[in-house]
Design a protein around this ligand. Structure first.
Ligand SMILES: Cc1ncc(C[n+]2csc(CCOP(=O)(O)OP(=O)(O)O)c2C)c(N)n1
Length: 312
């Protein structure tokens, strides 16, 4: 990874963390409609995988992959407007959180139905191959989501069709309150169904970026899909309403010591690559201004309720 990419990756991870911290403040003030879903401790997994893609590649994130959307150019303002349900949000107040697509930025909308995006993205990858385009499709799945039929159907289809699809498996410890050993035998990587599989320390941003770049080359060489398993940990509850009482505090302490952000800052420092001075303060000020602007944004007009629902 060159210096410019490394600094971009660092900024994306920091922005993800600070944007989610700002969202938590809005949640605690009772401003968000619904809970806030964080990726604390997993920022490297979302940001470094997305950053290894080319501009024409297409992603389909899940709720814990906000970082991938920020990497593709989504503005935090759009996320705040979504969480606040305002008329000027990307979905006009119809959907919450990061559940919106941006086809112009190569983003297929996240869906709540876990696993469902894998067949969708296998289809996107199939279209690239049919058109002879050198592009890849990427989506993410948690250990819990990998228990769905759609995960198996989609990945199996990609394997037998040798499609340019990267499925990032986030082995992050808990699915709601269920630990991995209560829902699968062995590791997440064993669910690969013959896809080329890489397992990487998901809290090592440089390693995740290198593995994702390797996965992309594998796909572009026509060798079929890659299952890229990132070992990480969900440092918060499922969302802000979940106090995580089912997690042993010793596990949280163990993973706090592996926090991807300071680790990547140490990696940068070893190379003498210094982030912009005052970067966190600048991002925090921008995020505060974005949040305040979003709070001033208008609510949707009830008369618009049915627009976009039925074809005109
Ligand atoms: C098909 C389906 N079943 C159940 C749910 C409800 N649900 C939402 S998130 C979640 C846990 C997901 O765990 P995991 O895939 O490990 O991701 P994590 O939350 O740990 O990032 C469940 C069961 C859902 N959204 N979709």
């Amino acid at each position: 990874m060159d210096r410019e990419t490394a600094l971009r990756l660092h900024e994306a991870m920091l922005l993800t963390r600070l944007a989610e911290e700002r969202l938590v403040k809005l949640f605690r003030q009772g401003k968000t409609l619904g809970s806030v879903y964080r990726s604390l401790g997993q920022e490297a997994t979302a940001c470094a995988t997305a950053l290894a893609l080319g501009p024409d590649d297409v992603i389909a994130p899940l709720i814990r992959n906000l970082g991938s959307m920020l990497v593709r150019g989504v503005a935090p303002r759009e996320i705040f407007l979504q969480y606040l349900g305002r008329a000027t949000s990307p979905t006009g107040g119809r959907e919450h959180n990061n559940h919106f697509g941006a086809v112009d930025r190569g983003i297929i909308a996240p869906t709540s139905m876990l696993g469902a995006l894998i067949p969708v993205m296998a289809g996107v990858a199939l279209s690239f191959r049919q058109k002879g385009e050198r592009r890849v499709a990427m989506t993410w799945i948690g250990d819990g989501g990998s228990s769905t039929g759609a995960f198996y159907e989609g990945l199996n289809f990609a394997v037998v069709q040798r499609l340019p699809l990267i499925v990032v498996g986030e082995a992050n410890g808990y699915a709601f309150s269920t630990p991995p050993d209560r829902q699968m035998a062995g590791s997440l990587a064993r669910r690969s169904q013959g896809a080329f599989t890489l397992t990487v320390d998901g809290n090592d941003a440089a390693a995740v970026h290198a593995a994702a770049a390797q996965a992309r080359q594998h796909c572009l060489a026509g060798k079929g899909p890659v299952f890229l398993v990132c070992e990480t940990f969900r440092m918060k509850g499922h969302a802000e309403h979940d106090d995580q009482r089912y997690v042993d505090p010793a596990l949280l302490r163990e993973w706090a010591a592996k926090d991807p952000l300071p680790r990547f800052e140490a990696w940068l420092a070893q190379r003498g690559w210094t982030p912009e001075p005052g970067l966190a303060a600048r991002l925090e000020a921008e995020l505060l201004a974005d949040a305040e602007a979003a709070l001033e944004a208008p609510w949707p007009n009830p008369d618009s309720l049915l627009s976009g629902v039925f074809s005109s």
